[in-house]
Design a protein around this ligand. Structure first.
Ligand SMILES: [Zn+2]
Length: 194
């Protein structure tokens, strides 16, 4: 057990605000008894984090049904791309917000992403992670579109603050909504497996 995750990504917070917001969120989660301040490496497989918070005495308040003993919760701060599913880093698609052209990257029953189609996006993601800004040219409407304005499938997100719940039973919608309200931003929620 434990090699799967449920993830919540704040897709709006800017990097400078992400640290303080993460600390407030952890304070709240500790106060609710969902996690503790104790950190562990065991059971954390996040690309962007080495440690996670050990579950608290009231972890069951966060999940649907009785649930099972969960693993740690990694709190990740810093610009990064996030992908659910099983081990790929690429989005399923990217859609231009101006002309709605959809660039398909990965579509069932494909076995591998279309790396050629993905290349301008992966390059822009690297640039954005380093500098906070990047564009991808839309070849249909001939505009330079800010990377963060592109629309993605639900299993992909860009953000500066994320929570990885390792090995948790499905989080309840109510709990996720409470997190969203505390963040005060739009979120993406997806699941994945190693
Ligand atoms: Zn376009």
């Amino acid at each position: 057990m434990g090699d799967f995750f449920e993830r919540i990504v704040d897709i709006e917070v800017e990097q400078d605000d992400a640290g303080p917001l993460a600390r407030e969120l952890v304070d709240w989660l500790v106060g609710e008894g969902v996690v503790t301040r104790e950190l562990t490496r065991d059971g954390v497989y996040s690309m962007q984090a080495e440690h996670g918070h050990v579950p608290g005495p009231n972890w069951a308040a966060a999940v649907d049904g009785p649930g099972w003993e969960p693993g740690p919760v990694a709190v990740i701060v810093g610009r990064s791309s996030y992908c659910g599913g099983q081990g790929f880093a690429e989005a399923g698609y990217a859609e231009c917000p101006h002309c709605d052209t959809r660039v398909t990257i990965f579509d069932y029953p494909q076995l591998e992403p279309d790396y050629v189609a993905w290349q301008p996006f992966s390059r822009a993601i690297e640039e954005w992670e380093q500098s906070g800004t990047a564009v991808v040219h839309c070849t249909t409407c001939n505009r330079d579109v800010a990377l963060r304005d592109w629309e993605w499938d639900d299993g992909f997100a860009l953000g500066s603050l994320a929570l990885d719940f390792w090995g948790w039973s499905p989080l309840s919608d109510d709990f996720v909504e409470r997190i969203r309200r505390r963040l005060g931003h739009r979120i993406n929620r997806h699941m994945g497996k190693l």
